[in-house]
Design a protein around this ligand. Structure first.
Ligand code: FE2
Ligand code: FE2
Length: 398
């Protein structure tokens, strides 16, 4: 994720997600320096015009989300046409040429996330869910997902995947991803990330860390067997076996609290790079569509197997910075638990699914590879964002 600062920052409160107003000029959070431009690449005049246009369209969409009887009023709402025109342009700009326009990616992923998040309950005003089953929102979601997923799939050689020995392919991949060589980005985190960079990492990480396991919960119901029970076991551990104090998200909240940061889910939404949003949205797609059950479980296998190596980087950084135990507890916990979850996912979920679905088993590898691709892309974006934040601070100090 690439957050390139254009101007510099200060300190102010967080974001109320549901009544979000976007301010690209100055965005502050407790003790966090936040770069202003969220687009990757060098900022240009054109980018700024696009940013403004996307911000206005996002506000229009936010208004639509809470209108009573939205689907019956579509013809009379002026926001609808304006929003849809920008969305169509953004989809073209993001997916029709090469890597696409970063501001367009960001806009599209944010809109998609605003629809997807209605699948979860946030313990907020019940009126926020007024349109959770709106055909109009489904239409917008499908329009985005169709173009976006085609674009993602173009990066994968599906023909080759279909010819693989799936058990062998998964086992080999998991062995490599359990303990990969240190990348340049991992070294940066371990050796150069400052405490401000660490807080920035927590702010972005809180987007998923404070609600982790939520999407897994969406695939657990249905016929009973060993695979289902293993998935339940993973979920139970993520949820602290039903004890709030042991829930993984509680450990994440404790890390935030150590720095006086906000523990409200989505508080730092504006900091989240589109590459990270894409991981969440991809997860929503796979868990809401049972047809993608194999893909999801392939992806979760990668996620649990590869987690500890990333968390070891964050832990090493926290130890180098001399932070408290509470400021790094979540990483320590996951290094232990995700090693076990990774083994469960491979041995007791993915490999048995290969036997249950021999014809479609290659979809497990597809899910695994896509999760890795998107996860690596998100990880790079996060590191770029941290670098940008640290540079912003240096600029202020000099
Ligand atoms: Fe966890
Ligand atoms: Fe886990």
């Amino acid at each position: 994720m690439k957050l390139l600062p254009k101007k510099i920052i200060g300190v102010r409160g967080g974001t109320n997600f549901t009544s979000l107003t976007i301010n690209r000029t100055f965005i502050y959070a407790n003790f966090i320096m936040i770069p202003i431009a969220f687009a990757a690449g060098i900022s240009t005049q054109t980018d700024e015009i696009n940013d403004t246009k996307y911000d206005v369209a996002e506000q229009q969409f936010i208004e639509l989300l809470t209108i009573e009887n939205l689907d019956k009023k579509l013809n009379e709402l002026v926001q609808v046409n304006a929003f849809e025109a920008v969305l169509s342009m953004a989809i073209c700009a993001a997916y029709q040429k090469g890597l696409g326009n970063p501001a367009a990616h960001r806009f599209v992923q944010r809109i998609l996330y605003r629809i997807n998040r209605l699948n979860l309950f946030w313990y907020d005003d019940l009126r926020h869910y007024t349109n959770e089953r709106s055909p109009y929102l489904y239409k917008i979601r499908d329009q985005i997902e169709t173009a976006w997923q085609e674009w993602e799939l173009r990066k994968i050689d599906v023909d080759t995947l279909q010819k693989l020995d799936v058990k062998e392919a998964l086992t080999e991949r998991a062995a490599v991803d359990l303990d990969p060589p240190l990348s340049q980005e991992s070294r940066y985190i371990r050796e150069q990330m400052t405490e401000a960079g660490y807080r920035h990492l927590l702010a972005i990480g809180s987007f998923d860390g404070l609600v982790e396991g939520s999407r897994l919960s969406r695939i657990l119901g249905g016929a009973a067997n060993e695979v289902q029970c293993t998935l339940f076991r993973v979920l139970l551990e993520e949820y602290g076996n039903g004890r709030f104090s042991r829930k993984h998200s509680t450990y994440f909240a404790q890390m935030l609290t150590e720095f006086g940061m906000d523990t409200k889910p989505e508080n730092y939404f504006d900091l989240v790079p589109w590459e990270v949003l894409a991981c969440a949205n991809h997860n929503f797609l796979l868990t809401e569509c049972k047809r993608y059950f194999l893909r999801y479980n392939g992806g979760l296998t990668y996620f649990e197997v590869a987690g500890p190596s990333a968390y070891r980087n964050y832990l090493a950084a926290a130890q180098r910075l001399g932070l408290s135990d509470a400021a790094m507890g979540y990483w320590e916990l996951h290094i232990r638990e995700d090693e076990r979850h990774g083994q469960w996912m491979l041995r007791d979920v993915a490999l048995p699914l290969v036997e249950m679905y021999p014809e479609q088993a290659w979809e497990l590898v597809l899910g695994y590879d896509l999760e890795k691709l998107m996860g690596d892309r998100a990880g790079s974006a996060v590191v770029q964002s941290i670098r940008a934040t640290q540079q912003s601070i240096l600029l202020v100090q000099t």
